[in-house]
Design a protein around this ligand. Structure first.
Ligand SMILES: [Zn+2]
Length: 324
């Protein structure tokens, strides 16, 4: 059976949770701290996944500076010390993420694992400081388009930062993020409420509110115990297929907004608005901030979105925080 394209509408912002594993601290370099290894706990999918974190760059004085090395295996030593490859990925970050948004991304972690292109998660509970994870391996993986990954992750950065949310959940009537710290990479808990004028609140109201009831009813069915689940799921997917720019977009509205941003930046302007997925992209054209980010990126990179490997596209975001 074809895998259903919809997952549950839950706070999917942080699909990835991490546990830290202690390691000895040898191999220390001047000015660079050796750090503990990192294991990613991919909720509801594959359990623990070692992301093989290699190196951390921190945003200081308007540029990313290498500040930490993780303890790695001998075979990862080469990648960890490959400054040419690391510069290549940081140059792409420079081309895709405008300078004024880099202040939200305090850290970039480069890692070495297959099937994961990138992730974003908070370092503080109010989204004022984020960590962006990017796969150094992806540079040479034909199934992962690292430019697309960075654009997608920028979609998360634009929609989950301190201009979009306020800390705490008191009287919150908009979209809430309520995740206990132990589940997060930095063990930072997040309790944050989307501002009325935030992208996620507006996007959810415009494009997800109408299917919220259907999703809640579907989520009440137990995938393992309820025989009607897959039929209901199939019918739901068929009914709403035109709502989403990609299968991954359908996993949550948080991923939806990042994927719509991805298509908005990398693709051409839709010529009709008959499908909701096109309405979503056109919605972004109405926003000055998003248009200027699109213009910035496209002044640096020429995309050929029609050449992408559609069948492989989900791979790069499979575990991305944001949820991904
Ligand atoms: Zn994502």
């Amino acid at each position: 059976m074809k895998k259903s394209i919809f997952l549950r509408l839950k706070p999917l912002l942080f699909l990835v949770a991490l546990n830290l594993i202690s390691c000895s601290k040898d191999d220390q370099q001047e000015g660079v701290k050796d750090e503990e290894g990192v294991t990613v706990d991919v909720e509801r999918t594959k359990g623990l996944v070692e992301i093989n974190a290699l190196v951390v760059y921190e945003f200081k004085n308007n540029e990313y500076v290498k500040t930490k090395l993780y303890k790695v295996s001998d075979e990862q030593n080469g990648l960890q010390n490959d400054n040419v490859k690391q510069k290549k990925i940081l140059d792409l970050v420079d081309k895709i993420i405008p300078q004024n948004y880099k202040s939200f991304i305090n850290e970039i972690v480069l890692f070495d694992v297959e099937d994961l292109g990138g992730y974003v998660h908070p370092l503080k509970g109010d989204f004022s400081s984020l960590q962006l994870g990017l796969s150094l391996t992806a540079l040479e993986d034909e199934t992962i388009d690292i430019e697309e990954v960075i654009v997608h992750e920028l979609g998360h950065v634009l929609t989950f930062n301190s201009t979009q949310f306020k800390e705490g959940l008191a009287d919150c009537e908009t979209f809430k993020v309520d995740i206990p710290g132990a589940e997060l990479i930095t063990e930072v808990g997040v309790k944050a409420c989307a501002n009325n004028a935030s992208y996620v609140n507006d996007f959810e109201q415009k494009f997800w509110k109408v299917i919220r009831g259907e999703l809640e009813r579907l989520n009440e069915l137990d995938e393992n115990d309820d025989p009607s689940y897959f039929q209901e799921k199939f019918e739901f997917d068929e009914r709403h297929r035109d709502r989403f720019v990609s299968d991954y977009a359908a996993t949550s509205f948080i991923e939806d907004i990042a994927e719509v941003f991805n298509y908005f930046v990398r693709g051409d302007k839709p010529t009709t608005n008959s499908k909701i997925k096109d309405q979503k992209i056109l919605y972004m054209y109405e926003n000055d901030e998003l248009n200027s980010v699109r213009d910035f990126i496209r002044s640096n990179i020429t995309f050929n979105i029609s050449a992408r490997k559609v069948n492989k596209k989900n791979k790069q975001f499979k575990y991305c925080l944001g949820k991904h």
